[in-house]
Design a protein around this ligand. Structure first.
Ligand SMILES: [Mn+2]
Length: 181
C-alpha cells in the first residue's frame, strides 16, 4: 500500500491545488492529512491564496482516499463543510507496520501516546518542519507543512510505500529517505 502524507495546509488554495498534482503523480492508495486543514491560526501569517471553502472542495473531491486527523486549528464547524470525518488519532496497519497518526501538538517524539500495541511508525505534523527520525526503536516522521514551512525547511510531503519512508519536496525531488527493517 502506498500512502501519501500531507499536513498543515492552513487554508492555502494554492497548495491544495498542489495536492492534486502530487496525487496525480504519486498515485497513492490513501491520502493521510495530519491536521490544520483550513485555518491559519493566530500565530501564522495568511497562506498563499487563503481560501478555506475552496480548499474544502478540493479535499472533498479526494474523500474516498482520505484519512484525516484533527489539528489544533481545526474547529467543529469544519465537519459541516467536509465530506470526511476528523479523527483525534488514527491507528492503522500498513505494509505490516503499526502506524499511529496524530497532529503532534499532544503526542510527538517527546510524548508518546498511551496505547496498548507497539507502534512502529508515528506520523505527525504541527511543527511545520519535515523530518524522519528514529528513537528507541520507533520511527517518527513529519511531512512538514505543505504551505507554511518554518525556518529553512521545504514545502514538503511524505510517502510511505512498502518499507520506505520518503520525504519529498512538492516537485517530487527527494529530501530524505529511510528504509525500515
Ligand atoms: Mn498545528
Amino acid at each position: 500500500m502506498k500512502l501519501l502524507i500531507i499536513s498543515d495546509i492552513h487554508g492555502s488554495l494554492y497548495y491544495a491545488k498542489k495536492i492534486l498534482e502530487i496525487e496525480n503523480r504519486e498515485k497513492p492508495d490513501k491520502i493521510i492529512l495530519l491536521g490544520d486543514l483550513y485555518y491559519h491560526g493566530p500565530r501564522n501569517e495568511l497562506t498563499q491564496e487563503y481560501n478555506p471553502i475552496e480548499v474544502s472542495k478540493i479535499l472533498n473531491s479526494l474523500k474516498d482516499k482520505l484519512l484525516v486527523v484533527k489539528g489544533n486549528c481545526d474547529a467543529e464547524v469544519d465537519e459541516t463543510i467536509s465530506e470526511f470525518p476528523f479523527n483525534e488519532n488514527i491507528e492503522i496497519n500498513a505494509n505490516g507496520y503499526n502506524l499511529f497518526l496524530t497532529h503532534g501538538h499532544k503526542y510527538n517524539i517527546e510524548n508518546l501516546p498511551p496505547i496498548g500495541v507497539k507502534i512502529d511508525i508515528m506520523l505527525y505534523g504541527h511543527f511545520h518542519t519535515g523530518f524522519i527520525k528514529e528513537k528507541d526503536g520507533i520511527i517518527f516522521a513529519n511531512p512538514g507543512s505543505i504551505s507554511l514551512p518554518k525556518g529553512n525547511s521545504k514545502h514538503s510531503y511524505l510517502i510511505f510505500d512498502d518499507n520506505k519512508l520518503i520525504l519529498k519536496e512538492i516537485d517530487g525531488s527527494i529530501i530524505e529517505e529511510n528504509k525500515l527493517k
